[in-house]
Design a protein around this ligand. Structure first.
Ligand code: 5RP
Length: 294
């Protein structure tokens, strides 16, 4: 080999510094492989351990949702402020430029629309090869615990976890609450735990009473869904209470892109999640940003 002779002498072995064993900062993820940790560290900021996911995958079941009529116009300006983008492959390929260098949480289950009374019957929506072409950092599968489609949706989750695991891509299990399900602490405690035990690397769920118990009983990070549009203050309070209870972040859509100031709102949410702002402080930030853009 050309460099065999005349090389600089190797001598910095740090003999007085034992190599440290390192634990990984994402909850419950110490024993996954390097590539999966790399993807998780793109989603959860290493300096705070938390994430602000921007969800705009609504069209897969709701069609053109308010605020998402033109994703090229509404989402592009928000992307720089999100830690991760949760979307369908169709939205990404047609409307979002691949220049933001943000981890993608790829919507990987689908199968019914809001036109159906029972939306719990889904199938896997993306082949793992296509997820790799999109450079997905995570696959999102909706699970309908207690609904008619429970078994099928759990099967979708398990298949996705297995195919993702082969390539080091984590899976986000989403607890979808069927129309007939009560949003009780007991329900979310059960649903989140089931999704984690089956191998989800992240669980998305809704905030509820005694949320700290839901978080404690779930051995992997929980991110909280925003839900229908409420006032900015209410959404910031939801974010604050979720983080205080131990959530690792939020996965929010409508409360960002349907806000009067989407950029102001995502900055305010960032303030709560990553900088420990109170809802009042974050609301001030939102108002300041809103005025600056007016
Ligand atoms: C649906 C989802 C959506 O991405 C999520 O619910 C959208 O966010 P929001 O509710 O905040 O508009 O996972 O299962």
């Amino acid at each position: 080999m050309a460099d065999k002779d005349g090389m600089k002498l190797a001598k910095d072995y740090g003999l007085d510094v034992p190599q440290a064993n390192q634990s990984f900062y994402v909850k419950g993820m110490d024993h996954v492989d390097w590539g999966m940790k790399d993807r998780l560290s793109r989603i959860f900021r290493p300096d705070t351990g938390k994430t602000v996911m921007l969800a705009f995958d609504h069209g897969y079941m709701m069609g053109a949702t308010a605020g998402l009529e033109r994703m090229d116009l509404s989402i592009e300006p928000l992307a720089p402020y999100a830690d991760a983008l949760m979307a369908t492959r169709g939205a990404l390929r047609s409307c979002i430029q691949p220049i933001h260098n943000k981890p993608v949480i790829l919507r990987a289950s689908a199968g019914s629309t809001v036109l159906k009374d029972d939306m719990s019957h889904e199938v896997t929506a993306v082949d793992i090869d296509d997820a790799v072409r999109i450079n997905a950092s995570c696959l999102a599968v909706q699970v309908f615990i207690g609904a008619n489609g429970e078994c099928q949706s759990l099967n979708n989750l398990l298949k996705t976890i297995d195919s993702g695991a082969r390539l080091g891509i984590p899976t986000l299990g989403v607890t979808a609450v069927g129309k007939e399900m009560a949003r009780t602490t007991r329900y979310f405690m059960l649903a989140t735990r089931v999704l984690a035990e089956l191998g989800s690397h992240i669980v998305k769920t809704y905030y509820c009473d005694d949320f700290e118990k839901v978080v404690a009983a779930c051995p992997v990070p929980i991110v909280v869904a925003g839900g229908k549009k409420v006032t900015e203050m209410e959404a910031l309070e939801l974010t604050y209470k979720s983080i205080q209870a131990g959530a690792a972040g939020v996965d929010m859509g409508r409360n960002v892109f349907q806000s009067d100031s989407p950029v102001g709102m995502i900055k305010a949410i960032n303030g709560v999640v990553h900088s420990g702002l109170t809802p009042i402080q974050a609301y001030d930030l939102y108002e300041t940003e809103k005025s600056a853009q007016a």
